[in-house]
Design a protein around this ligand. Structure first.
Ligand code: NAD
Length: 340
């Protein structure tokens, strides 16, 4: 029996999670929810995902737009093994009460506080500790990027100290009401919330983060300075480790990827469905080792980096006999992220 999955909230993250779940041979999309008719609702219907009603949505509104409705949210919740909550941030906490009342297991997103679920989740970092939980929270896009890098650096060379400056995108490409469209906005909350959020997964991670927002929609970029406990002989070893690990993509110098525009152009031509880059993106030429001091840039595609983690979180909840390594491999193969 495939794991029956519902997606509550079919926006930037939800529509990607639905497609990723649909590609898994051990999962099926039972339905998705929308609060009002839109191009996204039409796309869901075109893809064959049954459409359920969330929030104050009315059946009449959808039917007058020619969009068939399968039922209200509670009907969807009655038909699934796991619901992936992809509603706007803070609404997940409200929805959590409903899931609890109906006894439905749930995956939440990073826009919620960590207490929304039994544990914060990242597949590379703590999958096996999360097997069999009833609720998990996939940490935010930036935190996912940090925690994946930590999952690689810690066992290889140890992390004594880590300073990260997060250059954050102002808005997602389809968002018209966010900014700035000009100017650079430093965040005066120091550390930014990302370091403490990473410690919901690695409580002893010695990281401090600062953040600023810049007018772009094409990815976040992290500027990392890590003091390694047991440094390797040279940066080439670090490059090789990032290349060998799942969910990292290292561009070589000869690829002439100057920054996020070419990285996203690569994603657009890659043919994985949405023009997405679900891996941490690194540049070989941007990885520098000076004694124990490792400096590297990584770019994070905010709209998609959490997608494979959501698939794994569903499996960790609903199929707890499967190991993290096996789930990661299955997910990535189905998504086309495995190159070998
Ligand atoms: P979004 O606004 O693009 O999509 C949210 C969807 O939920 C919309 O389709 C909206 O109509 C729908 N919705 C509204 N009210 C609802 C309700 N009561 N019940 C169910 N659905 C409802 O938002 P998003 O960017 O996809 O963010 C979803 C979550 O993912 C948030 O917690 C966010 O912090 C997190 N997240 C977002 C990004 C990103 O860059 N966009 C990255 C990582 C994590």
């Amino acid at each position: 029996m495939p794991i029956r999955v519902g997606i509550n909230g079919y926006g930037t993250i939800g529509k990607r999670v639905a497609d990723a779940v649909a590609k898994q041979s051990d999962m099926t999309v039972v339905g998705v929810t929308k609060t009002r008719p839109s191009f996204e609702a039409r796309a869901a219907v075109d893809k064959g995902y049954p459409l359920y009603l969330a929030g104050s949505a009315t059946r009449a509104e959808f039917e007058s737009a020619g969009l068939p409705v399968a039922g209200p949210l509670d009907d969807l919740l009655g038909r699934v093994d796991v619901v992936v909550d992809c509603a706007p941030e803070k609404l997940g906490k409200e929805n959590a009460k409903r899931y609890r009342d109906l006894g439905v297991r749930a995956v939440f997103q990073g826009g919620e506080k960590s207490d929304v679920a039994e544990a914060s989740f990242n597949a590379l970092a703590n999958y096996d500790a999360c097997r069999g939980k009833r609720t998990l929270r996939v940490v935010s896009c930036n935190t996912t990027g940090i925690v994946r890098a930590a999952a690689l650096l810690r066992p290889h060379w140890g992390v004594e100290a880590w300073e990260a400056t997060l250059v954050r995108r102002a808005a997602d490409p389809a968002e018209t009401k966010r900014g700035p469209i000009n100017g650079i906005l430093p965040s005066f909350q120091v550390p930014s919330h990302h370091g403490p959020d990473a410690r919901t997964i690695y409580p002893d991670l010695p990281i401090s983060t600062t953040a600023l927002i810049v007018p772009t929609t094409l990815m976040h970029v992290h500027v990392n300075h890590v003091r390694l406990a047991r440094p390797p002989a040279g940066a080439a070893e670090v490059v090789a480790a990032f290349r060998a690990a799942p969910r990292f993509h290292v561009f070589a110098g000869w690829e002439r990827v100057e920054g996020t525009p070419q990285a996203m152009e690569y994603a657009r031509g890659r043919g994985l469905g949405f023009p997405d880059l679900m891996e941490n993106v690194l540049w070989e030429d941007g990885i520098h080792l000076d004694g124990a001091d490792l400096r590297f840039f990584q770019a994070i595609h905010q709209e998609s980096i959490v997608v494979p983690e959501n698939v794994d979180a569903v499996r960790a909840i609903a199929a707890p006999t499967i190991s993290g390594a096996s789930s990661i491999e299955t997910t990535d193969r189905a998504l086309g992220l495995r190159r070998a």
